[in-house]
Design a protein. Structure first.
Length: 421
C-alpha cells in the first residue's frame, strides 16, 4: 500500500511550503521584499529592516486574541560628528525607532470537492492537494499582488479594510498622504491633493482630481518628481544588484506609452544605448525604461484609474467586487491614472500563519473539500502622532469605510502621482 511519509513528495508539510513559495514568487513584489533580520540587544530581541527592500516582512507568533503587532523601523542618525582630534567620548547618539502598526487577518480560499466513498483516502487527499496547487497558486498570486497595490492606495490590504459584516477587521481605509497630480498644461508643476503630508479624504480627492486640473506627464514631470522626492518628501531610493540608486515608478499603460513617445526621453535613451544597441529595452521588447533616477514599469492591473469627480474613490479604485480582487484593468472610461512611486521600506507585511492547505470532511466522511488559509496583512509604512493613533486605526467597523478626517502622517517611502490618462 502506498504511503506518504516524511520524505514523500505528497507529504502535507512539503506541499504547504511549495504552495506558499510558488504563490508568493508569482507576485511582482516578491523580489522586492525581504524578511527582517533578528538580533538581540541586552537580552531584548530586536528586528532590523533588510536594506534596499520595498516590503519588509515580519513573521512572529501573535499571542492568542491579538490581531496586530509592531514592526520597528530605525530612524537615521541626525546629530553632527566630531572634527579632528575632538573627543568623541560621550557624544554617542541614541538609536531611535518608529513602530509601524501591523494588522493581520485570516484569508481563506477553497478550491475543489471530491465526492464519494474513497478507499485509501489519505493518499487521495494528498493527490487532491497536488492537483489543486496550480489553480491555488494562480489565485493567491493574483489576489495577493493586488492586495499589495490596494494597500498602497488605501493603507491596508482588503482583508483588513473589509467590514466585520464580511469577516474583515473593519479598519478604515486611509488615502496616501503623499498624493500629488501633474498640472494641466504644465507637467513640471506638481500639486498636492488636500494638505501635504496629511492623509487624504474622499472629498479632497473628488475636489482636486478633475480633468480640468490634470495633465499628462512628460520628462519635465520626472525631473520635478525627483526634486520633490529628494528635497521634501525624502523618499529613500533602492539599490538593486549593485545598481545606482533609483525609485520604482509603476504607471498605467497609457502613462508608460506617453513616456516612451516623449522625444526628450527617447533621445536620451537612444544616446545612452548607442554603443550597445542590442541591449536597448525597446529592442529587446522589455516594457521598462530608466530615466531621471526612476525605473519606470507599466502595470495595467495594479495601477488603478478613476473617474473624475468620483463619490467613492475606494470603490472606483477597486473597479469591482473587493472580495474578488483586482483581476481586470480599470474601465477604459476612467481617465485619471494614479501612478505609484516606491522607495525603501514602503510596505510592512505581517505573517502570523503561512499559506497552507486545509481540508473539510462532510456527509459522514463521504465528501472532501480542499482549501487554503493564511493569516497575513499588508500595511503601508506611515507614522502618526500618538494622539491620533486610536482614530487612524479605528477597527470593527461593520462595513468598509475611509477616514473622513485628514491626519498628519510621516511617509518617507512612497507616493502617488495622478495624471490625465
Amino acid at each position: 500500500m502506498p504511503t506518504a511519509d516524511q520524505s514523500h513528495k505528497l507529504n502535507v508539510a512539503i506541499l504547504n511550503k511549495e504552495l506558499a513559495k510558488k504563490a508568493w514568487y508569482g507576485t511582482f513584489f516578491a523580489k522586492l521584499a525581504g524578511f527582517m533580520d533578528e538580533t538581540e540587544v541586552n537580552g531584548i530581541k530586536m528586528r532590523v529592516p533588510v536594506p534596499n527592500k520595498v516590503i519588509q516582512i515580519m513573521r512572529e507568533f501573535i499571542a492568542q486574541g491579538r490581531d496586530n503587532m509592531l514592526m520597528p523601523m530605525e530612524l537615521p542618525l541626525e546629530e553632527p560628528g566630531v572634527y579632528g582630534d575632538g573627543w568623541v567620548k560621550g557624544t554617542g547618539e541614541d538609536i531611535q525607532l518608529r513602530y509601524l502598526q501591523l494588522y493581520v487577518n485570516q484569508w481563506r480560499k477553497a478550491v475543489t470537492k471530491l465526492p464519494g466513498k474513497m478507499s485509501n483516502q489519505r493518499i487521495k487527499i494528498y493527490h487532491m492537494m497536488e492537483r489543486a496547487m496550480p489553480a491555488l497558486v494562480r489565485w493567491w498570486s493574483h489576489t495577493e499582488n493586488q492586495a499589495i497595490f490596494q494597500a498602497f492606495y488605501e493603507g491596508l490590504s482588503p482583508n483588513l479594510t473589509a467590514g466585520t459584516n464580511d469577516d474583515g477587521l473593519g479598519l478604515k481605509a486611509r488615502y496616501h498622504p503623499n498624493w500629488y497630480f501633474a498640472a494641466h498644461g504644465a507637467p513640471e508643476t506638481l500639486t498636492t491633493v488636500g494638505t501635504a503630508k496629511y492623509t487624504k479624504t474622499a472629498a479632497e480627492i473628488k475636489e482636486d482630481l478633475t480633468a480640468a486640473r490634470l495633465g499628462a506627464q512628460t520628462y519635465k514631470t520626472l525631473h520635478a518628481l525627483a526634486e520633490l522626492i529628494t528635497g521634501n518628501l525624502l523618499i529613500d531610493p533602492v539599490v538593486h544588484d549593485g545598481s545606482d540608486p533609483f525609485w520604482f515608478y509603476l504607471v498605467s499603460n497609457r502613462t508608460f506609452t506617453g513616456f516612451m513617445q516623449d522625444t526628450v526621453i527617447k533621445s536620451d535613451q537612444n544616446s545612452a544605448y548607442n554603443a550597445k544597441l542590442m541591449t536597448h529595452p525597446a529592442i529587446n521588447g522589455r516594457r521598462m525604461l530608466y530615466y531621471g533616477g526612476f525605473c519606470i514599469m507599466p502595470d495595467p492591473i495594479g495601477i488603478r484609474r478613476i473617474q473624475t469627480e468620483s463619490d467613492d474613490p475606494f470603490l472606483d479604485l477597486a473597479g469591482g467586487d473587493l472580495r474578488k480582487g483586482w483581476l481586470k484593468p480599470s474601465p477604459g472610461a476612467y481617465t485619471i491614472s494614479n501612478n505609484i512611486i516606491l522607495g525603501s521600506n514602503a510596505m510592512g507585511k505581517g505573517i502570523a500563519s503561512s499559506l497552507e492547505y486545509t481540508e473539510e470532511t462532510d456527509d459522514h466522511g463521504n465528501v472532501k473539500e480542499i482549501g487554503s488559509n493564511q493569516i497575513v496583512g499588508y500595511n503601508r509604512s506611515e507614522f502618526f502622532e500618538d494622539d491620533d493613533t486610536s482614530s487612524v486605526y479605528s477597527t470593527a467597523n461593520a462595513t468598509k469605510s475611509a477616514l473622513t478626517t485628514a491626519y498628519e502622517a510621516i511617509n518617507q517611502s512612497s507616493m502617488i502621482i495622478s495624471s490625465e490618462d
